[in-house]
Structure formats: structure tokens, C-alpha cells
Design a protein around this ligand. Structure first.
Ligand SMILES: C[S@@+](CC[C@H](N)C(=O)[O-])C[C@H]1O[C@@H](n2cnc3c(N)ncnc32)[C@H](O)[C@@H]1O
Length: 628
């Protein structure tokens, strides 16, 4: 038995965020440049219902007698049974791999963006599905609709006061999933408000709300229970959830204890939906009521959630929450993926798009992490969150000492061939000698100075990720680091690449012509770096190109320099300048539309559609100016 007070003290049991999909890969910060290198968190611990992960409780639960077994046995984890995945269609098929469990393979050739035989240059959508569960992260709960995820004017749920909806229709559509959640959140908010009355006076404080992953797992449990209560058996979709790969049995003791703690959090949260005579006392739910035969089954599910969940992202890749789709979870990882997971039209429309041609029989691979990160960072993320050492073609290439990774290299100052060398070991003290890969000469790098800059850059990114960077005043913090780094490393190298994107974000929308010009220059530099650090047709590049096209298509007359001059009153010189800028914008918009089609599939998603509309407007304006 746990009172809210005693639960409250032990709230730090968390699991590493689980985040794959493009939201995760699109590293830098901000709108369209989302998720810093560590995207939207998917910790499992409910933030307020923080029942302590006590070993005895977990051990006790593990020995509980099962009350009710599932009426239909789900396929075991690792099953190749395609019937659990109704959305899975040719050209994709499940196959077993020797070293990474199941995977999805192309049964026929997939010809995609940029291929000579494809005239429309769009990426091929391999899979279109709806996540089994998708929830907003805490940071977006008050600004986005919990059903369609759009950022718009909203009303909050009158009972739980946590979720918001843009319309009665959205609220109704989400109600079956939200109903038990609403009761649980209402109960927890009451406990929190009685414990912290001063905090509760601030109607917008949602620090008490259960974490994203906790809410997501609980929604799945409640949906399963509702189906079992109605039909006496598990819903059909449960088979796919039950077959998701779990790492619970291979975790070390510390990780197992942490996971057990999360299980306890979820059990308390689930039970908060049940009315109680004493609203200040919360018991853990009996998981047999939810169809779990033992504690280890829920432990497996929590581990599977960590390994198999995706960053829910907006069409412009801003990470906004967490989602789970058993069929999308079948894709294995490569740091050089041939496909990407995207939400091109927002909401729950989840798509897997091929970004390069795929041969028949070839495995379709997505990336679980930000592929623009250097080798060591990628390996660390994959090992910590997904439990494997990546041996993909890009990671293998790192062993070639003659190869200079654009993600982790230094500039050769004064090199006639714009050469670069491998990043020296940053633990080195003093000057390191580096060989230029272009001209073969050696040059010296002051390692301590470079190390300090890289550390400062990473710290700024981390601060931004934690929401601690004020964009209005971030300029003085960012500029010196970026200027100094630009002299030493190429724009494709970490952390300069995400810092450049962050800088552009802090300058947008520009208020002066000089700022507009500077932002465009920095964004062009960042795009050329991003092209080197990502595979071709990657959505991150498409979104950056859209950002550039948008900046270029801004009406610069409104930047306070020339004042707003109606076109019919503008002088010849002004018209010539305007035509020049519009031509630049039109070119950039056309490129952005093509890049969006390649990255987000036919239609280019919402970002491609927005670029298409802007393109029409700019073309119309150009036509009008030409006719003058
Ligand atoms: C989302 S699941 C992918 C599907 C999984 N193979 C299955 O059978 O259900 C992620 C897990 O698959 C395995 N995996 C994915 N990509 C891998 C890779 N490139 N190398 C080794 N293991 C990989 C790891 O165990 C990882 O935690």
C-alpha cells in the first residue's frame, strides 16, 4: 500500500528513452530541426505516481498465481507469423536473420526517388499504418490536440485537466482510449493537489502528469482489458504487441531493477482508474485483471516498449511524443538506412518510405538513432537503448583508418583542396598531428582548445533539449562557439551541424535584412553539412531545404529595411531586386518539393504541400512583376 506522499519521494526510476524513427534521426533542435541528439523522452516512470521499485514487491509479484490466462495464446516473441500484422503487404515480408532476430525484407525490387525510370521522383511508401498507441509528451500536452496532434486553439479535458482537444469530434474520437486514463489522471491530480496545494494553484502546472511512456503502456493495457471484458479474449492486435522483442531476460541486475520499478509505477497508475473509498491511498493493480499471467509478462512488455517504440513526430519532424506500432517495430536498424519512418501528414498516419532503391531479397532497414552522429555516439545510443553493437556498412567503414567521416573530422587550414583529416583523440593533451585526406600533408590541431569547444557546443545542445535555452537571448551564447568551431571543423561534423540549425532557429523569423541574409547563409552551410552526414533523400534534409525555401520566399520588404512598398509603386530597381529574390525562392521551393516527395513519399506530406502552395504564390507574384 502506498500513499501519495511515500510514492512521491521515489520518482527517479526512469528508463532510457526509446526513440526510433525519423523524429529520432532528425537531430537538431527546434521546429523542423527537432529533437536534439536525444529526442523526445519515452521514460516509463509515471512522473507523479512514483511507486518505489522495491525488490520484495517485484519478487512477490513474480510469484503470484495467475488469475486468468489469455484465452488465445499470442505468438511468442520472435514469431514469423505474419497474421499478427494485418498492415503488412508486399513488397515486405518477415524473415528471420542470423544475428538480429526477425526483420522485414523486400520481396520485389523497390525503385525510388531519383531513379531514372521514375519520372515523379517520389519516394516509395512501403508501409502505411496507424500506431497501436501514440501519446503526446508532457511538453506538448497543453499545446497540441491529443487526438489529431495538431497545434491549434484547444480546450482542455474538464475532468483530468491534462489532455487538450481541438474539437468535440477529436475529444469523442479519443474518448474510448482516454476514458480510463481520464479517471486515473484525475485521481493522481487530486493526490498531487492535496499534497502540493501551492503548486496546484497554477492551473498550467502539469508536472504531476504520468510520463509519455507510462501513459502509452497504460493505454494499451486498458484497451486490452476492455476487449477481454467484452469478448473474453485478447483483441486481435494484441498478438503483434505480444510478439515485440523484449530484452527483459538479458538485462543486468541494475537495469532489471529499474524496469521492475517501472512496472510498479504502471500498476499504480492503472489502478488509479478504479474508484476507491480512500482517494489518497493507491494500491498496485492486479495485472491478471489485464490478462497478464505473471509479473514477468508485464516486465517483458515494458522492456518491449522501450526497444520497439518510436518518436511520434510532427510532419516537420518536431518530436512530439511516443508511438508504438508492432509492424513498424519489425524493421531492424542500420546507420545507413534504405527506408525511414515518418508521420508525413501528422496525426496517426505512420508511413515507411524507401529512400533508396532496394533489390529483391534485400533487408529493409530504418535507423533508430540520429545518423548524423559520429560513430562512438551512435554505438553508445544503440548499445544503451537497444542492446546491440551496430555492424552496419557505415559503422564498419569507421575501422578504415584512411576514411575520414564527415560527421567527425577536422578542417585542414589552408589546404588547396579543402581537405580534412580524421578527428584526433580528444583525450590527447597538447597538439595532435593529423593527415589531410585530400593533399596528404600533415597539420597540427590544438586538441584541448577543440575539446573545450566541442564540450561547450554539446552543453548548449543539452541545455536546449532540456528546454533551458531562451531563443531570444541565445545569440551571444551560440555565436562564439559556432564561429570558433567553423574555423576548425566542417559543417557536417558534430556538434557544429546541430548548432548551426539551432542558430538559424533562434534567428527565425528574422527582423532585419542583415539577419535574414545571415540566417540564409548559415542554413545553406548547414544543409551542405547535412547532405554529407545523412543518406540521400533523408527527411531531415528535406525539412532543412523547406526551411531555406521559406526564408527565401519571405517578403523582405517587410524586414524593416525598405518599408512596405506596394508593387505598383515600387521603382525599377526594387522590382529587379524582388524578381531576383523570387527567382531564388522559386528554385529553392521546387527543390524542397522534390526533396519532400523523395523523403515523405508521394505528395511530400504536409511540408511538401506547404512548399507547393508557397511555390504557386511566388510564381504568381513573379508573373505579375514580369507583366509590369
Ligand atoms: C525494434 S526491434 C527490431 C525487430 C526485431 N529484430 C524482432 O525480431 O522483433 C529492435 C531489436 O532488434 C535487434 N536489432 C535491430 N537491428 C539490429 C542490428 N542492426 N544489429 C543487431 N541487432 C539488431 C536488437 O535486438 C534490437 O533491440
Amino acid at each position: 500500500m502506498s500513499s501519495f506522499q511515500s510514492l512521491k519521494g521515489k520518482r527517479d526510476a526512469r528508463t532510457a528513452s526509446s526513440r526510433h524513427g525519423v523524429g529520432a534521426t532528425a537531430a537538431p533542435a527546434g521546429a523542423g530541426a527537432p529533437a536534439t541528439t536525444a529526442p523526445a523522452g519515452a521514460e516509463l516512470a509515471p512522473s507523479a505516481v512514483s511507486a518505489a521499485p522495491s525488490a520484495p514487491a517485484d519478487v512477490e509479484m513474480a510469484t503470484e498465481e495467475p488469475k486468468a490466462a489469455a484465452a488465445t495464446a499470442p505468438p511468442a516473441s520472435g514469431s514469423l507469423d505474419a497474421s499478427a500484422y494485418p498492415d503488412l503487404e508486399p513488397p515486405l515480408a518477415i524473415r528471420s536473420t542470423p544475428d538480429r532476430g526477425r526483420g522485414l525484407f523486400a520481396t520485389t525490387a523497390v525503385i525510388t526517388a531519383g531513379h531514372a525510370v521514375r519520372k515523379d521522383w517520389s519516394g516509395t511508401t512501403l508501409l502505411s499504418t496507424t500506431p497501436r498507441v501514440a501519446v503526446l509528451s508532457l511538453a506538448h500536452l497543453q499545446t497540441r490536440c491529443s487526438n489529431c496532434f495538431k497545434e491549434t486553439k484547444m480546450s482542455r479535458c474538464a475532468k483530468c485537466k491534462a489532455l487538450h482537444y481541438c474539437s468535440a469530434a477529436c475529444q469523442r474520437a479519443d474518448w474510448p482510449a482516454h476514458k480510463p486514463e481520464c479517471a486515473a489522471l484525475d485521481r493522481i491530480r487530486g493526490m498531487w493537489a492535496r499534497t502540493f496545494p501551492d503548486k496546484a494553484k497554477n492551473g498550467r502546472d502539469n508536472s504531476w502528469v504520468v510520463s509519455d511512456a507510462g501513459r502509452a503502456v497504460a493505454r494499451m493495457c486498458w484497451a486490452r482489458k476492455a476487449a477481454r471484458d467484452a469478448t473474453g479474449r485478447d483483441p486481435d492486435w494484441w498478438a503483434g504487441v505480444a510478439a515485440m522483442e523484449s530484452h527483459a531476460k538479458t538485462l543486468d541486475e541494475a537495469a532489471t531493477m529499474k524496469l521492475a520499478g517501472q512496472v510498479q509505477h504502471i500498476r499504480h497508475y492503472l489502478n488509479a482508474a478504479v474508484p476507491s473509498a480512500n482517494p489518497d491511498v493507491l494500491e498496485p493493480a492486479d495485472m491478471a485483471d489485464f490478462g497478464f499471467k505473471s509479473a514477468s509478462e508485464l516486465l517483458d512488455m515494458c522492456s518491449a516498449f522501450s526497444v520497439n517504440s518510436f518518436t511520434l513526430s510532427a510532419p516537420d519532424l518536431t518530436p512530439i511524443g511516443v508511438a508504438t506500432s508492432p509492424v513498424c517495430a519489425l524493421f531492424n536498424h542500420s546507420c545507413e538506412p534504405n527506408a525511414v519512418v515518418v508521420f508525413p501528414r501528422g496525426g496517426k498516419d505512420m508511413q515507411v518510405v524507401a529512400i533508396s532503391d532496394i533489390r529483391p531479397g534485400e533487408e529493409v532497414l530504418t535507423s533508430y538513432i540520429d545518423v548524423s552522429l559520429p560513430y562512438a555516439e551512435r554505438q553508445k545510443d544503440l548499445s544503451e537503448r537497444y542492446g546491440f553493437d551496430c555492424k552496419c556498412s557505415l559503422c564498419e567503414q569507421n575501422a578504415d583508418l584512411a576514411w575520414v567521416d564527415p560527421r567527425w573530422s577536422v578542417l585542414h587550414p589552408g589546404c588547396k583542396e579543402d581537405g580534412r583529416g580524421r578527428m584526433p583523440d580528444l583525450r590527447h593533451d597538447g597538439e595532435a598531428t593529423v593527415k589531410c585526406a585530400a593533399c596528404g600533408d600533415t597539420f597540427g590541431i590544438n586538441v584541448p582548445a577543440l575539446r573545450v569547444l566541442i564540450e561547450r557546443g554539446k552543453a548548449t545542445l543539452a541545455k536546449d533539449e532540456a528546454g533551458g535555452l531562451d531563443y531570444a537571448t541565445a545569440g551571444p551564447e551560440l555565436s562564439p562557439i559556432i564561429t570558433a568551431l567553423q574555423k576548425l571543423v566542417p559543417s557536417s561534423t558534430y556538434p557544429l551541424l546541430p548548432l548551426l540549425r539551432l542558430q538559424v532557429l533562434t534567428l527565425t523569423p528574422p527582423t532585419e535584412l542583415s539577419v535574414w541574409e545571415f540566417a540564409i547563409g548559415q542554413l545553406r552551410t548547414a544543409i551542405s553539412g547535412a547532405r554529407e552526414a545523412h543518406p540521400a533523400n533523408h527527411p531531415t534534409i528535406a525539412v532543412m531545404m523547406a526551411e531555406l525555401a521559406k526564408l527565401l520566399s519571405m517578403d523582405t520588404d517587410q524586414l524593416g529595411q525598405t518599408g512596405i512598398t506596394p508593387v505598383r509603386q515600387a521603382g525599377q530597381q526594387q522590382v529587379i531586386e524582388r524578381v531576383g529574390r523570387l527567382l531564388d525562392a522559386v528554385r529553392a521551393l521546387r527543390e524542397a518539393v522534390a526533396a519532400c516527395k523523395a523523403a515523405f513519399g508521394r505528395g511530400g506530406g504536409d511540408v511538401g504541400a506547404e512548399m507547393g502552395k508557397l511555390l504557386l504564390q511566388c510564381e504568381e507574384e513573379l508573373e505579375m512583376l514580369r507583366r509590369r
